[in-house]
Write a protein that binds this ligand. Structure first.
Ligand code: AMP
Length: 189
C-alpha cells in the first residue's frame, strides 16, 4: 500500500499515519520527523532547516525531495509506505511522480484529512502543552504562518491529486478511531 496523507497542520496526519503503519505493516515517512531528527543531530541539513522550520516556512524542495528519494530506496519501503507531510508543493508532487515512475511504482491513494480551521488552532495549542514545548513551531503565531503556507502552497495539491491520483477526502473532525475507520473503509473500497 502506497499512501500519501495530506491535511493542514493539526489535522491528525501523524496520528493516522501511525494507524496505517500498524494496519498495513508499512513504514511511515514523515519529512517533518526526519528534519527534526536532523536538527537534533546537527547535520548540515538540520542546521539549514532549523530556522526555516521555527518560522513555519517550508524547507527547500530540493532538500525534502532528496530525503524522500533516499528513503524510498530503503528496503523497508519496498512493499509500501505512508508519506506524512510530503509532498507540500506542486514541485514536490511532480518530483515524487518522477521518482515513482523511475521505480515503476504508483500511489494507491491520497488521503486528505479535512478539519475546520478553529479546531486546528485548538489542537495545536493542546499539542504544544502536551509536548512540553518540544516543538518550536507549535505556537499560535507560527501556526498562523504554517496555515497560510498550507493554503497558499499545499492546498493546490488537492486539485492536482484529484486529476492525477486517487484522492479520498475524509472528515477529520470525528474521533481518532472514527477517522481511522473511515480511512480504512476508503482504502479498502
Ligand atoms: P510537519 O511535522 O509535517 O508539520 O513539518 C514541520 C515543518 O517541517 C514544516 O513546517 C516545514 O518547515 C518542514 N517540512 C516538513 N515537511 C516538509 C516538506 N514536504 N516540504 C517543506 N518543508 C517541510
Amino acid at each position: 500500500m502506497r499512501i500519501i496523507l495530506m491535511g493542514p497542520p493539526g489535522a491528525g496526519k501523524g496520528t493516522q499515519a501511525r494507524f496505517l503503519v500498524e494496519r498495513y505493516s508499512i513504514p511511515q515517512l514523515s519529512t517533518g520527523d526526519i528534519l527534526r531528527s536532523a536538527i537534533e543531530a546537527k547535520t548540515p541539513t538540520g542546521l539549514q532547516a532549523k530556522h526555516i522550520m521555527a518560522r513555519g516556512d517550508l524547507v527547500p524542495d530540493e532538500v525534502v525531495c532528496g530525503i524522500v528519494a533516499e528513503r524510498l530506496d530503503d528496503k523497508a519501503a519496498k512493499n509500501g509506505f505512508v508519506l506524512d507531510g510530503f509532498p507540500r508543493t506542486i514541485a514536490q508532487a511532480e518530483a515524487l511522480d518522477e521518482i515513482m515512475e523511475q521505480k515503476g511504482i504508483s500511489l494507491d491513494a491520497v488521503i486528505s484529512l479535512e478539519v475546520e480551521p478553529e479546531a486546528l488552532i485548538e489542537r495545536i495549542k493542546t499539542r504544544a502543552v502536551e509536548s512540553g514545548g518540544g516543538r518550536a513551531d507549535d505556537n499560535v503565531e507560527v501556526l498562523r504562518n504554517r496555515l497560510d503556507v498550507y493554503h497558499e502552497l499545499t492546498k493546490p495539491l488537492l486539485a492536482y491529486y484529484e486529476r492525477h491520483g486517487n484522492l479520498k477526502t475524509i472528515d477529520g473532525m470525528a474521533s481518532i478511531d472514527e477517522v481511522s475507520a473511515a480511512i480504512a473503509r476508503a482504502l479498502e473500497k
